[in-house]
Design a protein around this ligand. Structure first.
Ligand code: SF4
Length: 341
């Protein structure tokens, strides 16, 4: 895209490729794409084509309505938008066939063609993110899809959003494939919770084989699991990190889980990403909400959990902190709201 100076041409070219790639492999698409772009290099050219011509070129690519809708949308851009492609993912969604947030393409066009820092969630990305975060819930449910969009929007590289999105989609298409993913060659395997879980289970199985098994708690019994859709593989007695609140203000001096105040117009995940490296960010659970009413304040907590393994060094310069078991937590100076959390 970088070699095409005209933003409308850039967006059109990415758009055609995105629509062709929706249900078809890259290898099959390349030849169709090249012929299409040769015949209709601009939106204006496509708008003038007949449906007959479009269908002829599309023949063999399958899902013919894609070609027809592409041409109809091109006509709309030419007649209603003076030939100018919308410049944001939000406006593109309104134009692209199907409409709505889930329309594949709008995020890809906006990030690749215009450099907008917006995420993409297609079938491949859904699989990759669910595995990275070991999400066991139904990945077609609107709640999970919404969370994946939040995650994709927060994770996307601000300086190279188009490259980031293409890399994520490509990872799903070539490495993190539906059956037999190539985890050994995966560039993000060290961040992958699903892979970690598999490794642990293999290690446990081999320990068992040699009669050295130590009891592994069932994941359901791993402390207070706040999000049933997130599986934290946990061995031994889980401990929780708590930090001490400042000595003045609300709940002064009490202990709590690490917390951030969330401005009303900010998404929680954007806020967290300022503090947490991306490698840990992908391991966060699906959040749950806890509402607590103090005497004069309604407080809503958006609660994420993050399982860590091994030694974690805490920054002694930040607020006092310690690791506690569930029992120690309940015996500590913590508020009722934190107990709910
Ligand atoms: Fe997918 Fe395996 Fe990579 Fe995890 S390690 S993202 S499961 S390919």
């Amino acid at each position: 895209a970088a070699t095409e100076p005209d933003a409308d041409r850039r967006a059109y070219a990415v758009w055609v490729s995105e629509i062709m790639l929706q249900q078809t492999q890259v290898a099959t698409v390349i030849d169709y794409y090249n012929r299409w772009m040769q015949k209709w290099p601009t939106l204006q050219a496509l708008a003038q084509a007949s449906l007959e011509e479009v269908n002829e070129l599309w023949a063999g690519l399958g899902y013919y309505s894609r070609g027809k809708r592409l041409q109809e949308a091109a006509r709309k851009v030419v007649s209603e938008l003076a030939g100018q492609m919308p410049r944001t993912a939000e406006d593109l969604q309104k134009l692209l066939p199907g409409g709505g947030r889930y329309t594949a393409g709008s995020g890809a066009i906006a990030s690749i063609s215009y450099g907008q820092a917006t995420g993409v969630v297609d079938g491949n990305v859904i699989r990759v993110l669910c595995r990275l975060r070991c999400i066991g819930a139904d990945s077609s449910s609107p709640a999970v899809i919404d969370r994946l969009w939040d995650m994709a929007n927060a994770l996307v590289d601000r300086s190279r959003p188009g490259d980031f999105n293409q890399a994520l989609m490509e990872l799903g298409a070539t490495v993190c494939v539906p059956k037999a993913p190539l985890c050994g060659e995966c560039p993000v395997k060290q961040h992958c919770q699903a892979q970690l879980r598999v490794e642990k289970e293999l290690a446990f199985a081999s320990q068992k084989l040699f009669g050295k098994a130590t009891p592994v708690p069932d994941v359901e019994d791993c402390g207070k699991c706040v999000a049933c859709s997130s599986w934290g593989a946990c061995h031994g007695t889980p401990q929780y990190l708590i930090v001490q609140r400042p000595s003045s203000g609300l709940l002064a001096g009490l202990w709590e889980f690490p917390s951030l105040p969330l401005a009303q117009d900010l998404q929680a995940e954007h806020c967290i990403l300022c503090y947490l490296p991306a490698a840990l960010f992908v391991c966060l659970s699906i959040p749950s909400q806890v509402i607590h009413i103090f005497s004069h304040i309604h407080q809503t907590y958006v609660v994420y959990s993050l399982s860590l393994d091994g030694d974690v060094t805490l920054d002694p310069a930040s607020s006092p902190s310690r690791w506690v078991t569930v029992e120690e937590f309940h015996a500590s100076a913590v508020s009722t709201a934190m107990k709910k959390v």
